[in-house]
Design a protein around this ligand. Structure first.
Ligand SMILES: *Cc1c(COP(=O)(O)O)cnc(C)c1O
Length: 452
């Protein structure tokens, strides 16, 4: 409705927009889709073509695009207050949302620090954890224990605790040092285990030896609970998360759970930690919090951590961190309405049969000759494509097999985005059975067309 033609928009896009995680030389070569509208689980481009949003607009969308109740909540709030700062003032919507978050997150997490996105939520978590150690008189505890294949965002602190070389290696000279533990990546276990049912989780033993060595120098451990998202939808074996919590307790480390991708229903429960009755010391949320409408994030912690920061001003125990748009009322209002919709739609209850059906339907992918591993956690799926199934030999990354599958899927009316050679299924949680079938069908055909 801008009045500009698709050709004009494409031209300006190529000349003026620098897209994230994108080789712009390739981008400029091809004709790109320009999205103009959204409707339920669908994205509609400037020429009227419809694409099923198979990755929930970068894993954020929950209740569908342009959901009328959320639109109304936003419109109502914008006529009352668009923004006021939390530096020196409290504000209504941020207060109510904080109280709601304290209610729905694992018991004990009751103090909410707002920021704008997943990366900032993790920066806050890391700084908070270290400063907590300082206030306990342990300034030497400055290291963080992290996992291979971890992803916690793209700002430098978040990159430091990340473990995906292709994204992170360039920035090594700018990063602080961390201690990396093996990922619980059963399909490609670096400890050589073949069978997750009988290995006894050697990865937990490996983690414990690291902790034994590092405990005196480590502030905390950072983990994506249940599923390492950007690393390739790597699903952890049952009991792993609980084991990590027990080890953090034993070695007196703060457990930081990055629920940026998993939070707000994605795994079938509101938060991934709730599957294993784990209460982290610090929890970061963002992506789904405002249902994909606006950028907002929260780092939520316990009163134990919070109270360590209390003191006279002159004691310098203040947490000197904050972002300009912290606690933005528009985002908070939408987040609150989204939580209401979770209840009124009985979204989590309705998700359970969908998750079960998805698991059954995914079995049909196993017969494809280049599907090496299928990993599912709730409504998050990674289908790892391999050049050779028997040896599990990966496709050379330069072949961009995952990307080619997703380009093929566009012909079937699907927008998807892979993680390397892992095809991702991560739709809005409201996706209907028919739409889910459409998505799986299109992806299956696309995998077959590209890999033969
Ligand atoms: C996306 C993501 C982040 C980073 O969030 P941004 O909003 O992109 O900064 C952090 N952690 C996890 C687990 C994520 O999936």
């Amino acid at each position: 409705m801008s009045g500009y033609s698709t050709a004009q928009l494409r031209d300006w896009d190529k000349r003026h927009v620098w897209h994230p995680f994108t080789q712009m030389q390739e981008w400029e070569r091809d004709d790109q889709i320009v999205i103009e509208k959204g409707e339920g689980c669908w994205l509609i481009d400037t020429d009227g073509n419809r694409y099923l949003d198979g990755v929930a607009s970068m894993w954020t969308n929950v209740h569908g695009h342009c959901r009328s109740e959320l639109n109304e909540a936003l419109k109502t709030q914008v006529d009352r207050l668009e923004h006021s700062t939390l530096l020196g003032l409290a504000s209504e919507q941020s207060i109510i949302l904080a109280a709601r978050l304290a209610e729905i997150t694992p018991t004990g997490l009751d103090r909410v620090f707002y920021s704008d996105n997943g990366s900032t939520a993790m920066e806050v978590a890391v700084k908070m954890a270290y400063q907590y150690q300082v206030h306990r008189g342990r300034p030497e505890r400055s290291r963080f224990i992290t996992f291979r294949h971890a992803y916690h965002g793209d700002t430098l602190g978040a990159v430091s605790v990340g473990g995906i070389d292709i994204y992170h290696a360039t920035f090594k000279p700018l990063m602080f040092e961390t201690v990396q533990a093996p990922a619980p990546y059963c399909y490609r276990c670096e400890l050589g285990c073949e069978d997750r049912s009988s290995c006894g989780m050697k990865c937990l033993e490996a983690l414990e030896s690291i902790m034994q060595e590092q405990a005196g120098f480590a502030a905390g451990l950072v983990i994506e609970p249940l599923i390492q998202g950007a690393g390739g939808m790597i699903v952890q074996p049952a009991g792993f998360l609980k084991g990590v919590r027990a080890l953090c307790d034993r070695y007196d480390l703060l457990m930081i759970a990055d629920e940026v991708a998993t939070g707000f229903g994605r795994t079938g429960k509101m938060f991934a930690c709730q599957h294993e009755d784990v209460v982290p010391d610090i929890m970061a949320v963002s992506k789904g919090i405002a249902a994909g409408y606006l950028p907002i994030a929260a780092t939520i912690t316990t009163s134990m951590v919070y109270q360590a920061f209390l003191g006279e001003y002159s004691e310098l125990k203040t947490f000197f961190h904050g972002h300009t748009f912290t606690g933005n009322p528009l985002a908070c209002a939408v987040a609150l309405k989204s939580l209401e919709l979770f209840e009124s739609d009985q979204l989590l209850a309705k998700l359970q049969p969908k998750i079960a059906w998805l698991a059954e339907r995914l079995d049909g992918f196993r017969t494809l000759s280049h599907v090496g591993d299928i990993r599912q956690c709730g409504l998050a799926v990674g289908i790892e494509l391999v050049e050779d199934k028997d040896s599990r030999r990966a496709y050379p990354w330069e072949l961009k097999t995952g990307v080619r599958v997703c380009l093929e899927a566009r012909k079937h009316g699907i927008f998807s985005r892979p993680l390397g050679n892992t095809v991702v299924i991560f739709p809005p949680l409201v996706i209907s059975d028919g739409e889910l079938e459409f998505l799986l069908d299109g992806l299956q055909r696309s995998i077959r067309a590209v890999t033969g």
